[in-house]
Ligand binder design. Structure first.
Ligand code: ADP
Ligand code: ZN
Length: 430
């Protein structure tokens, strides 16, 4: 099933023609309307006429999150203020937020992309989506909400938190789909378990969309078996209008990225040169349909790779892998580069490990990991507990090449979050 078969299965040579036409249009508008880009074009000595092929995208300037902050609040608008109907901001962790503006067409377009995504996972009008992302300045909940309404399904704007009420809503209204962060999903499953709720027996859930934070394949598998549903990966960022940028289809093997809306580059972050197809690099995106605030070559800092080959679902838009890390997430201990996802992947594959963990960086040669483990292990013998601790330490060491100090803690003792959860506490920079 497709939402928009013509565009979703478009022949790749036609897709490229469409991309070029849209890229040229976007560049022309920015050249005429946005002083920030006018200055950049002048510095680089280029004009819209220089964009003759898709490869010419490499002549264009990058846009970074700092550029968004420097031009806060209205500096990057490409249309007059009266054409803008919505503001979102992206949290970021330091300094000013990034302001993202939507025109009416941008709202429609982002809903269109979500509609494609939902239909791609088998949703029909009979579905009920419980949207547990944060409503408000974040894009996550509202963009999904509008897309789901476009499809015509019932949306429950639950927002995050208040877990007992979430469960009651699922029971009372027969929610079939959930939209939430992986860390909240882990917490929710823990609460359901403690209340003796068996999803298949007591609820109508079929699938969940997890995004906004990185998580591993092991976490997906763990959650799929706990909730007894299909879990689909959903990727987006406020700078690209929020969720709906890339999404998994029913094949669950990488996320189709909507290339009629986004021009995709995967670059080696150290050289800014394109990597070979299939190799890992930083995802850099250029908006092709955005009206209010088009962005050229936005550096997402997210690391991914293109999954080569055709997808059995028939969609021709390429797939990207699960986000493998963020350029700025990486930390170095004893000279070894480590991504938090490597630690998560190992932990979630070990039987006895519960839902949550925390990474503590105390010095440049010491890494500690606090791991919640299942209650049974605490109630059982000390020998079992020590064996588990050794197993976790050894498996982590073989993945990250550094021996971590592992501390086992009872389930429910580590912090959780309604929004994005930061599991790395870096005491070296505090
Ligand atoms: P910020 O966190 O900067 O305020 P957003 O809320 O827009 O901005 O978050 C976007 C970021 O969230 C992405 O750049 C990416 O790092 C992360 N993200 C979103 N979806 C996923 C996903 N499915 N897997 C991994 N990371 C994701
Ligand atoms: Zn597919």
């Amino acid at each position: 099933m497709y939402w928009n078969e013509e565009i979703e299965t478009i022949d790749r040579s036609n897709l490229k023609k469409l991309q070029l036409k849209r890229l040229q249009g976007t560049v022309r508008i920015l050249y005429e309307k946005v002083p920030f880009y006018q200055n950049k074009f002048k510095e680089l000595g280029i004009t819209p006429e220089d964009i003759k092929s898709l490869d010419d995208v490499r002549k264009l300037p990058f846009t970074t999150r700092e550029d968004l902050r420097d031009n806060y609040p209205y500096g990057l608008l490409a249309v007059s203020r009266d054409k803008i109907v919505r503001l979102h901001t992206s949290s970021g962790t330091t300094g000013k937020p990034k302001a993202i503006f939507f025109s009416k067409n941008d709202i429609n377009q982002s809903a269109e992309l979500i509609a494609r995504c939902l239909i791609m996972t088998g949703v029909t009008k009979d579905d009920v989506l419980q949207n547990m992302m944060t409503y408000g300045l974040f894009t996550g909940a509202l963009v999904m909400h509008y897309g789901a309404e476009k499809v015509g399904i019932l949306v429950i704007p639950a927002g995050p938190g208040n877990t007992e009420r979430q469960i009651a809503l699922m029971q009372d209204f027969g929610s079939t789909c959930l939209h939430l962060t992986p860390s909240y999903a882990l917490y929710l499953s823990e609460v359901m378990e403690s209340k003796g709720i068996k999803p298949k027996r007591d609820l109508s859930l079929k699938r969940a969309y997890l995004g906004a934070e990185p998580y591993s394949e092991e976490t997906r598998k763990k959650l799929e078996s706990m909730f007894e549903i299909d879990i689909y990966n959903s990727y987006g960022l406020s700078e690209m209008n929020g969720p709906g940028v890339a999404f998994e289809c029913i094949c669950k093997n990488g996320m189709h990225i909507w290339e009629d809306n986004f021009l995709v580059e995967i670059l080696d972050p150290s050289s800014d040169e394109p990597v070979k197809e299939g190799q890992e690099g930083e995802l850099v995106l250029t908006t092709l349909c955005r009206e209010g605030m088009p962005l050229l070559r936005y550096r997402t800092k997210d690391i991914t790779k293109v999954i080569s080959g055709d997808c059995p679902c028939g969609r021709t838009h390429r797939r990207i892998s699960r986000i493998l890390g963020r350029v700025d997430d990486m930390f170095i201990v004893r000279g070894v580069n480590i991504f938090p996802q490597q630690i998560e992947r190992v932990l979630m594959s070990i039987k006895g490990v519960a839902q949550n963990y925390q990474i503590l960086l105390e010095s440049y040669d010491k890494l500690s990991v606090k791991v919640e483990i299942e209650q049974d292990f605490f109630d059982g013998s000390i020998e079992h507990l020590l064996n588990l601790k050794t197993k976790i330490t050894e498996k982590l060491k073989s993945e990250i090449l550094v021996t971590p100090k592992v501390e086992l803690v009872e389930p429910g003792t580590l912090p959780i979050s309604e929004g994005k959860l930061n599991r790395v506490i870096d005491k070296r920079t505090l």
